[in-house]
Design a protein around this ligand. Sequence first.
Ligand SMILES: Cc1cc2nc3c(=O)[nH]c(=O)nc-3n(C[C@H](O)[C@H](O)[C@H](O)COP(=O)(O)OP(=O)(O)OC[C@H]3O[C@@H](n4cnc5c(N)ncnc54)[C@H](O)[C@@H]3O)c2cc1C
Length: 403
Amino acid sequence: MKESYDVLVVGAGPAGSAAARKCVGEGLKTLLVEKHKLPRRKACSGIIANKSYNYVLENFGPIPEDAHGKPYYNLGMAFHFPSVGTVFGKMECYAPYVWRDKFDYFLAKKSGADLEDQTRFISAKENGDKVEVTLAQRKDTVKVDARYVIGADGANSHVIRNIAPEAYEGIPWAFAIQKYYEGKIDADNRFLYGFLVRGMGPFPWLNLKDDQIIVGLASPLEEKWEPKFELLLNYLKKNFGLEIKRELATEGCLANLMTPLNRFFPGRGRVLIAGEAMGLMHQGDEGISCALASGGIAGEAVIRGVKGEDALAVYKRLVKPEMEIALDQFNPFRIIESSSSFSSPRRPKMLVGFSLREKARLMRDAWDFVKNELLAVGGIGSAVLKNTLRRQILRKYRIPAAD
Ligand SMILES: Cc1cc2nc3c(=O)[nH]c(=O)nc-3n(C[C@H](O)[C@H](O)[C@H](O)COP(=O)(O)OP(=O)(O)OC[C@H]3O[C@@H](n4cnc5c(N)ncnc54)[C@H](O)[C@@H]3O)c2cc1C
């Protein structure tokens, strides 16, 4: 590690690696730091949406074979309704399954930046045209200067907590947990299952990868997740014949709920924030595509900053469409109008073969779930309504963070 860089990127996830790759590509002296030892696991289903896949192919090259999981592709979502059963939304898209430890490590190495793992961001202080950054590398404290910092350190960003702690005021948090099991289950391994069943949090899910059964849910941080998880396991045992032989692994992480609240945070001064840290997330917990896109845009903004433009102003302008796409994910009209982030050339025909009565029961289940599990989380219902009305009436969102 040197003492001085053009740009220091915090976090070797998709956003950080995309930012680093962009900067290295323009010849900037770039340092990418990651607090964990690499490769590191990340709680994720590992479904690479079309947009992510294309971004990676274009900027990093083909995903290495050993990063792929089996089955090779995810075919879409299977929504389970308690009173009707499972409805399969088959997408006509290329959405490979990956293991995030290998996938993210591939991106980080391919970025070409100086890569330092087990190196944690502690603090940043602007001094003239530089940012003085303090890092903890294993047991040592290291000081590094950079012309710009890109914070891409995930949902619970320590870069934000350090430079602008007020950005997190009033944000509701969720805890996402998923467990891996060896065993048996009567489910189609090509689909990610989402359960619209009350009592298990706003997003209970199931998928299978390399014959491992992966069960997870997200729960508001102030509520206990354990009873909900128990309920989900029992539901799967009763309705999907789940038999657990042994537990293989557990992954958990915090998730901020900034997107539906329209509370993005793109940065301050010479510190830009990208990916989940800035509040970008799509429906169904798809966040890799916007992490890659915003990371690349942050890199572009820094490149222009080095050439004399106001990097933060450029970033806000260029990243605004990503914020709009993220808001669309929570706008019922936009969900109906456009395809989802796992974009398919055609909308999946999910309800073919269902009678009118079944469709009505299905809608009732869906509304019951959305009202009680999703919209009930701190302020989300009213924020979604406000954003939706403004978009539908004025044809555009008002995004305070981008103005
Ligand atoms: C259960 C679950 C399932 C998901 N499934 C999918 C899916 O199938 N497809 C999809 O597209 N998205 C999925 N997502 C979302 C996706 O995982 C995230 O949106 C994406 O990883 C965000 O990328 P990022 O680069 O912004 O942050 P991250 O991938 O979280 O990377 C941030 C990095 O910063 C590091 N870091 C944190 N603090 C510091 C520090 N102080 N110093 C140095 N480094 C630090 C972290 O260790 C981490 O490596 C899922 C999320 C969850 C929780």
